[in-house]
Ligand binder design. Structure first.
Ligand code: TYD
Ligand code: MG
Length: 455
C-alpha cells in the first residue's frame, strides 16, 4: 500500500528537504520551503507520462537547420505581436502572470476569439462554460473556432489537445491543473512544475503554441517554482493599477524577441482595447502648467514612452513623515530625496513627499530620475517648470546627471509630440540634431539643474 510522507520543497528552485529549513541550501532564498505530501510506493496512475510520446531526434549540423518553416502566428493585435517579438512562434510556451482581477482571463479569451481562423482550445480550471460565455458576449466575440473546455485534470486536457487538434492552446490557470501521478494538491510546487513540463513537451513535440496563465504571490512574483519561469520560452507580466483602466503587458523574458518590450491596453466595458499611441494618452491635455508636474522621456522596450510625473512636497502636518510613490520605485525615490538634500542644499526632513506616475503605470527606466527630481524642485518652489519641456537622465549618488540609452529616439519622439526643450545629461551625445525644432538643455549636476530651472 502506498504510504504518505511529508517533504518540504523550495518554491524558488524546487529543492527538496525532509525537514523545514529557513534558508534554501540550493538557491539561498529565505523562507521558501513549503510542505507537500508525497506518496511513496506505487503511483496511483501511470497515465501522466502518456500522450507525451518521445519523438525521435538526432544531432544535426547547425548549417543544415532551416528556419524557413518557422512562420509566426499573427495575433491580430499589433501590441500583442510586438511583446511576443513579432507574433507567436509555433511550439512555444508563454506564461502570463498578473494580480487577481487585472484581466488575464479577459486578455487571453479575447485573443483566443480574435486570432482569426485558427482553432483554439481555451482550457479553464477557474470558471464554468456559462461564465466564459458571458465574458465572451461582453467582449463581443463570436468564437466560431474557439473551443471552451472546463477541466483541471492534466491527463484529460492532453487527451483533448490530441483529439481536437487545436492550433493554439490556452490554459487558465496553471495553478488549478493537477496530474493523477502526483498526490500533492493543485497549485503545489510539484504539480505546477510537472503539469507545466508535460504541456511544454506537448507544445514542442506537436509544434503547437501553449499559453499558460499563472497567479502571482503577494510579493508580486509568479506563484510556483522559479523553474517554471526557466522552462517556458516567454514570461509576460500583466500589470496595472486597480483604480485606472490602463494595463501594461511586459515581456520579462523572451527567447524569440527583445526582452522588456511592453504593450498597452485600456480595460473598457467591452474588453481590452489596445493603445497604439501611448504618449498622447499618458500626457495631460491641458495647456496650463502646474507646479510639481514634469514629463519624462522614458524608454520601455524599443519604444519611447512619454509619461507625466506628479510630485508634491508639503510640510508635514502630523508627526509621521510620509514618503509615498506610486508607479516609481520607492527606494529610488528615497535616494533622489537624499541627493536633493545633500547636493542641492534643500531641507526636506520636515516635508511629506508624494510621487505619482500618471495613468497608474509602473516605469523601470532609470531615465525617469530626472523628471522625478525636476517635479520635486518645482513643487518645493511652487513654480511650474518651463512649458513644453521634458526630461530624461539618471541621477547618481554624487549628484551627477548620467547619460541614458537611445537618446536620439527619445529626442525624435519629443519633437514629434511638440516639446521644445529637452533636458538631458551633458554626457549624452546627440547624433541627429539638424533642423530640429527642439532645443536640448544639457545639465551635468543637480546644482546646475536647480539653477537652470528656478533662476
Ligand atoms: P479577469 O480577466 O477575470 O481577471 P483575472 O483573470 O486576471 O483575474 O478580469 C476581471 C476584471 O476585468 C473585472 O474587474 C471586470 C473587468 N472587465 C472589464 O472591465 N471589462 C470587460 O469587458 C471584462 C470582460 C472584464
Ligand atoms: Mg482569471
Amino acid at each position: 500500500m502506498a504510504k504518505t510522507k511529508s517533504v518540504f520543497i523550495c518554491r524558488e528552485c524546487g529543492a527538496e528537504s525532509p525537514k523545514w529549513v529557513g534558508k534554501c541550501f540550493a538557491c539561498g532564498e529565505w523562507n521558501s520551503f513549503a510542505e507537500e505530501v508525497k506518496f511513496t510506493g506505487k503511483t496511483v496512475n501511470k497515465s501522466a507520462g502518456l500522450l507525451v510520446s518521445r519523438v525521435e531526434s538526432k544531432p544535426m549540423l547547425l548549417s543544415e537547420i532551416s528556419t524557413d518553416k518557422i512562420e509566426r502566428i499573427d495575433t491580430r493585435s499589433v501590441e500583442f505581436n510586438r511583446v511576443l517579438g513579432g507574433g507567436i512562434v509555433p511550439g512555444s510556451v508563454v506564461l502570463i502572470g498578473g494580480e487577481p482581477g487585472i484581466g488575464k482571463s479577459t486578455l487571453m479569451l479575447q485573443f483566443a476569439l480574435r486570432v482569426g481562423s485558427l482553432k483554439t482550445l481555451y482550457v479553464s480550471g477557474e470558471e464554468s462554460e456559462e461564465q466564459i460565455k458571458l465574458r465572451a458576449t461582453r467582449i463581443s466575440g463570436k468564437g466560431l473556432s474557439c473551443y471552451i473546455y472546463c477541466e483541471t485534470r492534466l491527463e484529460k486536457i492532453l487527451e483533448q489537445c490530441v483529439a481536437q487538434t487545436p492550433d493554439l492552446i490556452v490554459v487558465d490557470s496553471i495553478q488549478t491543473i493537477y496530474s493523477d501521478t502526483f498526490e500533492s494538491a493543485p497549485g503545489s510546487v510539484t504539480q505546477v512544475r510537472e503539469c507545466a513540463t508535460a504541456l511544454l513537451r506537448f507544445a514542442k513535440e506537436n509544434g503547437k503554441p501553449v499559453f499558460l496563465i499563472g497567479h502571482i504571490n503577494k510579493e508580486g512574483h509568479l506563484a510556483g517554482p522559479k523553474v517554471l519561469e526557466h522552462i517556458v520560452d516567454t514570461v509576460l507580466h500583466f500589470e496595472g493599477d486597480g483604480h485606472h483602466s490602463y494595463r501594461m503587458l511586459r515581456a520579462l523574458k523572451n527567447r524569440f524577441g527583445p526582452g522588456n518590450e511592453i504593450a498597452l491596453f485600456d480595460m473598457q466595458n467591452s474588453g481590452l482595447r489596445e493603445i497604439t499611441n501611448p504618449s498622447e494618452i499618458l500626457l495631460s491635455q491641458g495647456d496650463e502648467p502646474y507646479s510639481g508636474t514634469a514629463v519624462g522621456a522614458a524608454m520601455e522596450g524599443l519604444r519611447p514612452l512619454f509619461i507625466e510625473v506628479q510630485s508634491l512636497v508639503s510640510p508635514t502636518s502630523y508627526g509621521v513623515l510620509q514618503r509615498s510613490s506610486s508607479g516609481y520605485d520607492s527606494k529610488r525615490l528615497n535616494m533622489i530625496i537624499a541627493v536633493l538634500e545633500k547636493r542641492g542644499g534643500h531641507k526636506l526632513a520636515g516635508k511629506d513627499i508624494f510621487v505619482n506616475i500618471a495613468g497608474g503605470l509602473k516605469v523601470n527606466d532609470p531615465a525617469m530620475d530626472l523628471p522625478v527630481m525636476a517635479g520635486m524642485i518645482s513643487s518645493v518652489y511652487d513654480r511650474p517648470l518651463p512649458s513644453k519641456s521634458c526630461f530624461c537622465g539618471e541621477i547618481s549618488l554624487t549628484g551627477e546627471i548620467r547619460a541614458v540609452q537611445k537618446i536620439d529616439q527619445r529626442l525624435a519622439e519629443a519633437e514629434k509630440l511638440g516639446f521644445t526643450k529637452f533636458f538631458l545629461s551633458k554626457y549624452n551625445k546627440i547624433t541627429t540634431q539638424k533642423n530640429s525644432k527642439i532645443s536640448p538643455v544639457y545639465v551635468t549636476t543637480v546644482d546646475e539643474l536647480l539653477a537652470k530651472l528656478m533662476h
